[in-house]
Design a protein around this ligand. Structure first.
Ligand code: SF4
Length: 382
């Protein structure tokens, strides 16, 4: 029987661990991380306490995701400590998807082999580009040769679920160069590809650099061309464009962990700035590593704030997130969960979107068309 692509894949929770350290800061990055890697041992000790502190709240987890920052700065011994603590204090499904983000400059065949033996079964490699000029411009620590060798080594170590992250819309990167990058990525037949449009976040070095040099991000029309090229190249190669920025080689290679964020499935996020969600509550940790360490040392949970989401907030989020995914919104499920019949409540706007070929209504689902996905952020404003 064919898998139902619209089915919520799992109701078990997701476990996220944030590793907030980077050896240098990439020019475009606004994620929270610090360069003081000497704090890593103290950080692991604090993380262990935080992991244990949540041992009773969630029933079971079927995903673990190590993100950052740069998780691949951790030694295999440090990773082992984290996994041992998780496994002792929480119920982890024996078939859990266990993902780790890795930076091409940090890894080796031996390191990948050790990751496999720790039970990590999915990798996200932060390639970003196969062009050395683009990588330099973005302020990445690695070069193209290191990216290629990281991919090859991951395969040699036996990883059969490998994702590659790429960035487009960089100054000097024209469509033919972007196509070349995609084609090179495809030559490694990764199970997953994420393609992110470069954005200039205030306060980042690249934001200042663009202003200083008087250069801009590609105009809207050009951005759309990048988006369409991406979707065309990857769909022609058989990939499923299942979310605005995400492509999977098969259904089973869609990120189970990320789908939890999009479908209001519970998740626990540990480490500075990490967010958690359970029932209608969301809470998040303080961002500064030093505060995080101090509070854990004082026997407190380093929670910055908690919010209880109203049904209205939840339904708006579900609408916003649902229209970013190819599966779209199951209108019957939406009505049961949030008490809103979208076809009645938003009839005028939905009719207009359908007329403009931005969304379609099919088999009980409201879902974005390719053109709708390209403008997903504004679709959410309905
Ligand atoms: S490695 Fe990742 S988290 Fe660290 S600065 Fe670069 S983009 Fe940001």
């Amino acid at each position: 029987m064919k898998a139902d692509p619209f089915k919520i894949p799992s109701n078990q929770a997701g476990f996220y661990i944030h590793i907030p350290f980077c050896l240098s800061k990439c020019g475009y990055c606004s994620f929270y991380s610090i360069k003081s890697v000497n704090l890593i041992p103290e950080y692991i000790a604090a993380l262990k306490k935080e992991i244990k502190g949540y041992s009773k709240l969630f029933k079971t987890f079927d995903t673990i995701y190590l993100g950052g920052g740069t998780p691949s700065l951790l030694s295999t011994g440090q990773l082992e400590t984290i996994f041992n603590t998780i496994n002792k204090s929480h119920n982890i499904d024996p078939h859990a998807e266990i993902t780790m983000e890795v930076n091409p400059g940090d890894v080796s065949l031996k390191y990948f082999q050790a990751l496999r033996s720790l039970g990590i079964n999915r990798l996200n490699i932060g390639v970003q580009s196969f062009d050395d000029n683009i990588l330099r411009f973005l302020g990445r620590r690695h070069n193209s040769a290191e990216a290629v060798s990281a991919i090859n080594d991951s395969r040699k170590a036996g990883f059969d679920n490998v994702g590659i992250d790429l960035i487009y819309g960089v100054h000097g990167q024209k469509i033919p160069l972007w196509k070349k990058t995609i084609q090179q990525a495809l030559s490694y037949t990764p199970e997953h590809i994420s393609c992110y449009q470069l954005s200039l976040e205030a306060g980042t070095p690249l934001h200042k650099e663009y202003a200083l040099q008087g250069i801009n991000l590609p105009a809207e029309k050009e951005q759309l061309k990048f988006f369409q090229t991406t979707a065309d190249e990857l769909e022609n190669a058989g990939y499923i464009h299942y979310e605005v920025s995400n492509f999977a080689r098969k259904d089973k290679f869609k990120s189970l962990h990320n789908q939890k964020y999009w479908q209001h499935v519970p998740y626990l996020g540990l480490g500075p700035a990490a967010h958690s969600f359970l029932n209608n509550k969301r809470w998040w940790n303080k961002a500064a590593v030093k505060t995080y360490l101090q509070e854990i040392a004082a026997g407190e949970m380093p929670v910055e704030n908690t919010e209880t989401l109203s049904v209205e907030q939840l339904q708006l989020e579900a609408l916003f997130l649902g229209l970013r995914t190819k599966a779209g919104i199951d209108l019957e499920r939406y009505k049961t969960k949030y008490g809103v019949d979208l076809l009645v409540d938003k009839k005028t706007i939905i009719d207009a979107l359908i007329k403009n070929n931005l969304v379609e209504f099919k088999n009980g689902f409201l879902r974005p068309t390719r053109a709708g996905m390209a403008v997903a952020d504004s679709l959410a404003l309905i």
